[in-house]
Design a protein around this ligand. Structure first.
Ligand code: ATP
Length: 251
């Protein structure tokens, strides 16, 4: 079953001026349920613009976006977020620094349920959240009442991931979500990401500049180049790719 269908998507920045730039040129992409897609490409290729138009941060100039069988092309970010979650490069973007770990989790949950911050302070619920945090293996279950601004970047990004997936989104968008972390933490967060995606069967699009991660994780790899999809491989074909072949595909 398809989760996302992008049809003839186009985005032009500064149209009609000397700076006119066609950043998305007739992009067509179908994302099936359970796909875990690594999205790679040169700086300025259009990867983030593609994610931004899917998420609704930017509106496309032409084309159509169907998400969970709804035409969302002209819909707001809020409307699309019924089915979609996003984690950004900056760990600060996905969490509220002045709120505690617990309060952040409650807030994330309240996007789908009508609950309030107090309601979820009951013992049973605290334990439920602690169990969830334990799955991250970052010791966050011991910091339930700590303000998130005091966490490390890796802990904060792992929490962002958990918050983004609490509502069991149909589509998870990861926009270079490990790029701001040190190499070791980046690998830890990548491992957590993969475990979460597999456990929850999350359909995922992940932008990364790390060729090794793009090859290692996911069932599918999409390369964006100059606003177009240059490469779209999956399954055994993806498995057989190596870094040298990928680098060759870059122009
Ligand atoms: N809001 C915007 N207004 C004007 N130009 C933009 C805007 N967003 C992106 N661009 C331009 O569109 C082009 C593609 O940018 P985009 O961020 O999508 O590339 P990318 O593939 O994600 O690159 P990177 O790997 O460097 O993040 C770039 O030339 C960028 O300067």
């Amino acid at each position: 079953m398809k989760v996302l269908q992008v049809k003839h998507l186009q985005k032009v920045f500064f149209p009609g001026t000397d700076n006119e730039r066609h950043v998305l040129k007739n992009i067509n992409l179908q994302v099936d349920e359970g796909d875990f897609i690594s999205v790679i490409g040169n700086n300025g290729a259009g990867k983030s613009t593609l994610l931004n138009t899917i998420a609704g941060t930017l509106h496309a100039d032409a084309g159509e976006i169907d998400l969970a069988s709804h035409n969302v092309s002209k819909k707001s970010i809020a409307y699309r977020s019924r089915w979609m979650s996003r984690v950004f490069q900056d760990p600060k973007m996905g969490t509220a620094g002045d709120l505690t770990v617990m309060q952040n989790l409650v807030l994330a949950q309240s996007h789908t349920n009508t609950i309030n911050l107090k309601w979820y302070q009951r013992k049973g619920d605290v334990e439920e959240y602690q169990e969830l945090l334990k799955t991250l293996n970052m010791g966050l279950e011991n910091f339930m009442d700590t303000q998130v601004k005091y966490l490390s970047g890796g802990q904060r990004q792992a929490l962002s991931l958990l918050m983004a997936t609490l509502s069991k989104p149909k589509l998870l968008l990861l926009d270079e979500h490990t790029a701001a972390l040190d190499p070791k933490t980046s690998q830890e967060v990548m491992k957590i990401t993969n475990e979460m995606v597999q456990r929850e069967h999350l359909t995922t699009m992940m932008i990364t500049h790390k060729m090794s991660d793009a090859l290692k994780y996911g069932n599918r790899l999409v390369m964006v180049q100059d606003g177009q999809i240059k490469l779209d491989v999956r399954g055994a074909e993806k498995e057989s790719l190596d870094t040298a072949q990928l680098l060759q595909a870059f122009e």
